[in-house]
Ligand binder design. Structure first.
Ligand code: AMP
Length: 118
């Protein structure tokens, strides 16, 4: 029986402006990980004017977070493309509901929580 390689499922968390994205970029330079940013996925949808992008625009214009059900569906769908890669999520999950939805589908091995003074 061949040894199966376990893929790393990791998350970086922290308040807005805490440096999640900057640190994530540094981390992926040193490890074989794909950075997967929910903000980037949303911006890409907005640029392409997809249905999600239009909805996102509406919520963002009101300074609101994207609703959990929409966000979770979008990210879990996008993550299917990355099944063969080690990944590092950045910006998702952002709420308990999102975290629970992720946990139902993937076993997350590592969570980095940036504890940056306000
Ligand atoms: P970011 O680039 O991570 O700062 O995200 C930009 C914006 O996208 C945020 O201000 C939110 O409106 C939205 N967003 C990104 N990730 C999430 C998420 N996990 N849940 C809800 N809204 C999100």
């Amino acid at each position: 029986m061949g040894a199966s390689r376990q893929l790393l499922r990791s998350v970086i968390m922290g308040a807005r402006g805490s440096g999640k994205s900057t640190l994530a970029l540094r981390i992926i330079k040193h490890f074989q990980l794909k950075k997967f940013s929910s903000g980037d996925v949303l911006r890409d949808n907005m640029l392409r004017d997809t249905e999600i992008g239009v909805l996102t625009n509406t919520f963002m214009a009101q300074g609101k977070l994207i609703p959990d059900d929409l966000m979770t569906r979008l990210i879990l769908q996008e993550l299917k493309i990355f099944t063969q890669y080690n990944w590092l999520l950045c910006g998702f999950p952002r709420t308990l509901t999102q975290a629970e939805a992720l946990d139902r589908v993937y076993q997350v091995h590592l969570v980095m929580n940036l504890n940056v003074p306000f």
